[in-house]
Ligand binder design. Structure first.
Ligand code: APR
Length: 267
């Protein structure tokens, strides 16, 4: 019969083969940027322009990238196994899981937010936003990117339906005329969907972690929760992760090589 209730957690490593930087590998984002300056609420308060330059760069890079074999293999597994409950939780904000899932067969729970959304800092209203406000040289150059699909662009939540006001070149919310921030969960902030995620971790019989180093909580604690509730734990990653001892099975390699192989074998 095999596993009936599978939870998959992904991190930046699954998108590395799509050409997107991870955070903590050599040459990763946290080697190039000081996270205190661009990925905390305080950073946005102190220097919103620097933060928008960083997320404009990430939006431009994500728009250039395409989902890879590993992203598609997860959707294919869910499609081929309607008898099983398969849940995908991702720490990634790049939107590649969504783009690999055009028929919404395995919609991810994006616990750290999405690059193609911005949020009003006053009322919390969330808008689809596919603009980079700065180019890769950091110059002010609002540019529409391929980050939203047709239904998102047609949605009343699409930001650029509205005639936007700007303050110091930064967009203001149509709802409150207040600062808009990237809808990303920054350090020191509580992730999204935790009320959905926690029962899933307690009920699953297989937990698979893909392309995440296990440095950032609460995601880094999911493996332990699943294991303590009886699930088999499997880690697919280029190198051992911090919670290696909690893995019943570890498969080393690049996501594009090992993910489809693993799920093809998994009954
Ligand atoms: N295939 C498989 N694994 C890979 C590949 C690859 N091609 N390339 C790198 N990896 C592995 C690395 O060995 C590393 O263990 O992916 C992991 C990436 O780890 P991090 O860079 O720490 O990224 P992640 O775990 O997703 O970070 C978690 O931290 O910075 C915050 O909010 C951000 O969501 C992010 C969170």
């Amino acid at each position: 019969m095999g596993f009936k209730n599978i939870v998959i957690l992904t991190g930046a490593g699954i998108s590395a083969d799509s050409g997107l930087s991870t955070f903590r590998d050599s040459g990763g984002l946290w080697e190039q940027y000081r996270l205190e300056e661009i990925a905390t609420p305080e950073a946005f308060h102190n220097n919103p322009t620097l933060v928008w330059k960083f997320y404009s760069m990430r939006r431009i890079e994500a728009a250039k990238a395409s989902p890879n074999l590993a992203h598609f293999a997860l959707v294919e597994y869910a499609r081929n196994h309607p008898e099983k409950k398969v849940t995908l939780i991702t720490q990634n904000v790049d939107g590649l899981h969504h783009r690999a899932d055009s028929h919404e067969e395995l919609s991810p729970l994006c616990m750290h937010g999405s690059l193609n959304e911005s949020r009003c800092t006053h009322c919390g209203e969330i808008y689809f936003d596919d603009y980079a406000y700065f180019n890769l040289n950091g110059d002010y150059a609002p540019t529409q990117l391929n980050l939203c699909n047709e239904s998102q662009r047609a949605s009343p939540r699409y930001l650029h339906h509205y005639k936007l006001q700007y303050r110091k070149f930064l967009p203001l919310s149509p709802c409150c005329n207040q600062d808009l921030r990237p809808h990303i969960v920054w350090f020191g902030e509580y992730p999204l969907y935790m009320e959905k995620i926690q029962p899933l971790l307690r009920e699953c019989d297989l937990f698979v972690s893909i392309g995440t180093s296990g440095n950032v909580y609460p995601a880094a604690g999911f493996l332990q929760v699943a294991k303590s509730h009886g699930a088999k734990t499997v880690c697919l990653n280029k190198e051992e992760i911090l919670q290696h001892d909690l893995c019943d099975e570890f498969i080393a390699g690049r996501a594009i090589d090992i993910v489809s192989q693993y799920f093809k074998k998994l009954t």
